[in-house]
Write a protein that binds this ligand. Sequence first.
Ligand code: CLF
Ligand code: SF4
Length: 298
Amino acid sequence: GPSDMAPEVWEKVKNHPCYSEEAHHYYARMHVAVAPACNIQCNYCNRKYDCANESRPGVVSEKLTADQAVRKVLAVAAEIPQLSVVGIAGPGDSLAAGAKNTLNTFDQLSQLAPDIKLCLSTNGLALPDYVHRLKATNIDHVTITINMVDPEVGQHIYPWIFHNHKRYTGIEASRILHERQMLGLEMLQEAGILAKINSVMIPGINDEHLIDVNREVKKRGAFLHNIMPLISDAAHGTHFGLTGQRGPTAQELKALQDKCEGDMKLMRHCRQCRADAVGLLGEDRGSEFTAEKVMLMD
Ligand code: CLF
Ligand code: SF4
């Protein structure tokens, strides 16, 4: 592997299309949309669509049960030999509501398709409760979406969270979310699970602040930072869309990525996939593998 990477890290990333730039030309990922619930509200999200922490807004994925998801993965693996990773990234938060479908899907896949890597993406609120369970299921890759490390900033992004059976709002909501995200990241590091951080760049709200985010996640051992542009559109009925909050220009995004580029890798090949994407990054063969079609395959 490359000289700047420990061999055990290289083993984990060499065929992961998101964690390795080179791998994305050769290896495919698929998402299964088994996680419908969410435990927080982001101002760039409209719950009718996929989790905007790892996908483009305005997309509705086909929700699956765990059993349907497993069936679909086996069908896709038979058709697409480059399939190396199965991720759960929505349509809500993968660890909300007890993470039941997520864990059930991963448990079955680790038995039935042990060569496929398992990957998940979360807002991090529930993550500390599940790190040990994820480790026990051989999950090597977890993405946390971290948009702030200061609740003063967070209050403009998160109107509320739902935590320990209670709803929190304002600064308190963002303080709890922040603490849980940092704790979750530290626990991933201790468990030897590679952490990727997604951040949504929101001009005037957290753009300059993402430099602080980058420093804090780097300090806690995150492997890769993926700064994604806010895609804001009134037609999708998000809070930011309705208030006219704009997304960054391509130049603004690149300038921020350049400022953060240092000892830590910046991801620059993210395609903001759907929660049910299938194939190489940038290609989506999901429509070939709807639940209905998969049922007809054998
Ligand atoms: Fe999926 Fe995300 Fe795993 Fe990749 S996607 S859960 S880490 S397998 Fe990749 Fe897609 Fe960007 Fe995500 S290109 S949206 S970073
Ligand atoms: Fe929407 Fe994802 Fe935020 Fe939940 S975590 S509110 S699904 S963008």
